[in-house]
Structures are given as structure tokens and as C-alpha cells.
Design a protein around this ligand. Structure first.
Ligand code: NOJ
Length: 509
């Protein structure tokens, strides 16, 4: 069945998402069991630097996270690094076994640019690196697990960083060449591609702040250079696939965009909420998913006015040329959404300081249930509102939830994670009932991994990884058993209590 056809069917089916609801009883109160639409895809995700380890094995070259973790002692909370991580480079067999245990339809992982192209360019292709991904992909396909591949999940080759990384306009060609190599190597088997993971974190946190490598901390300038180049690079890769590979392979290409919901503090702050969304999700989604393309108008106006008032000769927000605008507009077959949490926003005083371009402040009330990550509170209704916002703002695109998940400090009894997943899936089903075209859901993460600046202190895995054991033993948490049942039954039963004694692979997986 073609993918487009499949999605049309999913859309149709989604209107009947909660038909057939059965009921379960808790304290005499009826709890309904809600079904997912036919054809809905369930998966789990990881990323190369966070799980692979083998940082310099078999010809892989250095990337910006290798450099950051090695050169600045204890820049990472627990002074750790991704040198070994979950050692997935050597353990793909176990990783695929876990996918089979969960009964996943798809697995989202990313490719390490510097593992495939050690010079950063296509003149040298590292066979060992290619072999690793081939082994992983082939093992998944053997068990009908669909690979969803992200080309760039934050691990830029260090050499490219030294030439400016995402601020250098030549990165458009560097990335397009890398994308072409990946399409050539794996395109016969990989049908779901994402160019970038979370552009906001790449540019705003990595170039505008200190939150991610390369920690450039050059807000309002480097982040905007990055944003523009990254969007054009994405579009170039999209068109290469669309023109040269799609006719043969029939796959789809999108981007995984991160977004939180911005709830106005009161009626008076609705405009501030709109602005927060435009500076957040809109910065990257508007150029691709709106009919007009380009950065949001409010954003363009605000940055231009502030830049002029600060004494700049032109806006700090770099404009697209008309050709680029055209190239970027419409350059996605689906909307990949990474969503975790929400905040309350309000209008704050206009300032020219620190290149703060949106005049909005935010907070999270202490009453919201919290995770092990300071930024991550459980706010399922925010997910529901965000999905409706995407439906209304971007003409109801096909959405794949490419990440959603919850952190704990570790341990196998993770009832809080189970509650988070259930509440968020329930909110997503509400949105699907209201016509949001959500085709799939991907839990972050299949297993514990290197959580960037937080190292191994925050755990997101359905499987716990013992980072002190030589073979990085993976053990299913209670949430893994619950997720397995959701995937098996294609239904959400709020009262299901798993038997966590033994994890098995069901027939057909
Ligand atoms: C989003 C990122 O894509 C992923 O790498 C990270 O681990 C999770 N958020 C949790 O913070």
C-alpha cells in the first residue's frame, strides 16, 4: 500500500478513534478503554550520540559532542560523556530484540554524520560505519519494524564546526551531500526520513545559548544565521529526495520540530501566547508548512524594529532570498512533532537587552506534576491544545509524534512515567477525535541514554540501562510492559496492570 494511501486511510479511520470503547471499573467508576485508529503506528526513538558509544571506533571522526565532553572537564552534570553510552554500536542485536519485545511498528534512530563520512564530505565513505547501520536496518526489517531515520540529531562533525557549522551558508551543500549519501546507501530500505531533529535546540540552544553544543552563546545573531541555513539545508535535502529518490523508493521526508504549548496566563495575555508560539514552533514551521512560507510576520517585524533601535544597519533575522523561500515552502511530506511539556506565558516589558526579541516571559506552576528534568512537567492538556493549534495553523498536516516521554531518576517501578504516557496518549486521542491528523506516536526513549548536559542523571528509557555493567544490560521497566500492551491491543486501558515477571516476544514479532 502506498504511504499516501495509508495516511488517507488513517485520516478516515481517525474519526472513529474511540468507537468500540469498552469499559473497566475503578472504585465503582467506569473508565473507558479507548482504541487507536486502524493503521496508527507505534514506535520508540533514540539518537546516535546518545546511545551508540564507539566514539572513535572503526574510523569514526570527532563530532561537536565528542569535543565538548572531552575538552571541558565536567561541563556535563555527572562529568560523563558519550564515549560508550549504551554501547549500541556493539549491541544492535539486543536493541532489535527490545523493539520486538515491545511489538513496535517503527523505530526512530539517527545517523552519525562523522561515522559515515569521517572527513565530513563524501570523498571518504566509512564502510564500517555503513555496515553498522545496514546491520541495524536489516535486522529491523527482518521483523517488520519500519526504520525512521533522522539525518541530523545534533552531532555535527567537529571540522565543520570549525568552519562555522550551521552559521556558514556552505553548510547547505555540506548537509545536502551527506543527505544524498544516506539516501543512496539506505534509501532502498528506509522509507521515513527526517532531516533535522529539533532545529530550535540546534540553533537557539546551541548557537544562541549554552544549552547544547557548540555552546556559542551568541543570541539574536548566530541563532538566526543557523535557523536560515538549517531550513535551506533541509529544503535542499528534501528536494534531492523528492526529485531523485522518491520516484524509485516512494518514501517520505519531514523534520522533527520541538514545541511546547504556551498557555496565556489570562485573557489579557493571549497575544503574548501567540507570540511565544510564533517565536517557538513558528520560527521553523512557518517557512515550511504555511502557504506564504517565510518566518512569521510578527517575528520579522519585532526583530527588525529592535535591530534598528539597537543601531544595526539591517535586521539580525536573516532573510530568505525569493528562491530560498520557494524552495523551503512546502518542503515536507509530514510534520514530525517532538512534544514534552507546556508553560504559562505573559507579556513582559519590552527590552533591547540581550537581544531578547519576543517580549514574553514564562513559568511553570509548582502544582504541575514534575519529572526528574527541571523543565519537564506533566501537562497533557497542553499537548491537546498544541495539536489543535498545528491543525488550525498549518492546514491539518499529517503529524507523526516523533518524540514524547518522561524522565525519572532511575528504577524499574516507574508509575509516574506510566501516568504520563497514558495521560498524553489520552490527550492525543481527544485531538484525533477532533480531526487532527495524527498518524503515529514515538516514545522517547527505547532505552536510557546520554541526556546531553545532564549526562546519565536523567533517565527517559522504557528500558533501564545499567551503565556500570560491561555489557550495558538493558532491563524493561514497568512502563515497557504497559507500552507493549498498548501497542498489542491498539487501545488505552487506564487500569491495565502488567505482570512484570518476564518479558517475552509475542508471536509474529
Ligand atoms: C529531545 C531530544 O531530541 C532528545 O535528544 C532528548 O534526549 C529529549 N528531548 C529529552 O530531553
Amino acid at each position: 500500500m502506498s504511504h499516501t494511501l495509508r495516511w488517507v486511510l488513517i485520516l478516515a479511520a481517525s474519526f472513529f478513534a474511540v468507537s468500540n470503547a469498552k469499559a473497566n471499573i475503578l472504585n465503582g467508576v467506569k473508565q473507558s478503554i479507548r482504541n487507536f485508529p486502524d493503521g496508527f503506528m507505534f514506535g520508540a526513538a533514540t539518537a546516535s550520540y546518545q546511545i551508540e558509544g564507539a566514539w572513535d571506533a572503526d574510523g569514526k571522526s570527532e563530532n561537536i559532542w565528542d569535543r565538548l565532553t572531552h575538552s571541558i572537564p565536567c561541563r556535563i552534570k555527572d562529568c560523563s560523556n558519550g564515549d560508550v553510552a549504551a554501547d549500541s554500536y556493539n549491541r544492535h542485536t539486543r536493541d532489535v530484540e527490545m523493539m520486538r519485545e515491545l511489538g513496535l511498528d517503527h523505530y526512530r534512530f539517527s545517523l552519525s554524520w562523522s561515522r559515515i563520512l569521517p572527513t565530513s564530505f563524501p570523498d571518504v565513505i566509512n564502510d564500517a560505519g555503513v555496515q553498522y547501520y545496514n546491520n541495524l536496518i536489516n535486522a529491523m526489517l527482518k521483523y517488520n519494524i519500519e526504520p525512521m531515520v533522522t539525518l541530523y540529531h545534533w552531532d555535527l562533525p567537529q571540522k565543520l564546526q570549525e568552519m562555522g557549522g550551521w552559521t556558514n551558508p556552505h553548510v547547505v551543500d555540506w548537509f545536502a551531500d551527506y543527505a544524498r549519501v544516506a539516501f543512496e546507501l539506505f534509501g532502498d530500505r528506509v522509507k521515513y526520513w527526517m532531516t533535522m531533529n529539533e532545529p530550535h535546540e540546534i540553533c537557539n540552544a546551541g548557537y544562541g545559548g549554552m544549552g547544547k553544543a557548540p555552546q556559542l552563546n551568541f543570541k539574536g545573531l548566530a541563532d538566526y544565521m543557523c535557523a536560515k541555513n538549517l531550513l535551506v539545508a533541509h529544503a535542499k535535502a528534501y528536494h534531492i529526495y523528492n526529485d531523485e529518490f522518491k520516484p524509485k523508493h516512494g518514501g517520505v521526508v519531514g523534520m522533527a520540530i520541538s514545541a511546547g504549548w504556551a498557555e496565556p496566563e489570562s485573557e489579557e495575555h493571549v497575544e503574548a501566547s501567540n507570540e511565544a508560539l510564533l517565536f517557538g514552533i513558528g520560527q521553523y514551521a512557518h517557512p515550511i508548512y504555511t502557504k506564504e512560507g517565510d518566518f512569521p510576520q510578527i517575528m520579522k517585524e519585532k526583530v527588525a524594529v529592535k535591530s534598528a533601535a539597537q543601531g544595526y544597519y539591517r535586521s539580525r533575522l536573516i532573510e530568505f532570498t525569493p528562491e530560498e523561500l520557494d524552495m523551503v515552502r512546502g518542503s515536507a511530506d509530514f510534520f514530525g512533532l517532538n512534544h514534552y511539556t507546556s508553560s504559562i506565558v505573559y507579556r513582559s516589558n519590552v527590552t533591547l537587552a540581550n537581544n531578547e526579541d519576543s517580549d514574553v516571559s514564562s513559568y511553570q506552576p509548582s502544582s504541575w506534576p514534575t519529572s526528574a528534568s527541571s523543565w519537564l512537567k506533566q501537562v497533557p492538556w497542553g499537548f491537546h491544545k498544541l495539536l489543535n493549534y498545528i491543525r488550525d495553523t498549518y492546514d491539518n498536516p499529517v503529524v507523526i509524534i516523533t518524540e514524547n516521554g518522561f524522565s525519572t531518576l532511575g528504577g524499574l517501578e516507574d508509575d509516574e512515567r506510566i501516568s504520563y504516557y497514558r495521560e498524553y496518549l489520552n490527550a492525543m486521542l481527544d485531538a484525533i477525535e477532533e480531526g487532527c491528523n495524527v498518524a503515529g506516536y514515538t516514545a522517547w526513549s527505547l532505552m536510557d541514554n546520554f541526556e546531553w548536559l545532564e549526562g546519565y542523571t536523567e533517565r527517559f528509557g522504557l528500558y533501564e540501562v545499567d551503565f556500570t555493567s560491561a555489557n550495558r544490560t538493558r532491563t524493561p521497566r514497568k512502563s515497557a510492559f504497559v507500552y507493549k500492551e498498548i501497542v498489542r491491543s491498539r487501545a488505552l486501558d487506564p487500569l491495565y496492570e502488567p505482570n512484570t515477571n518476564v518479558m517475552t516476544i509475542d508471536e509474529g514479532h
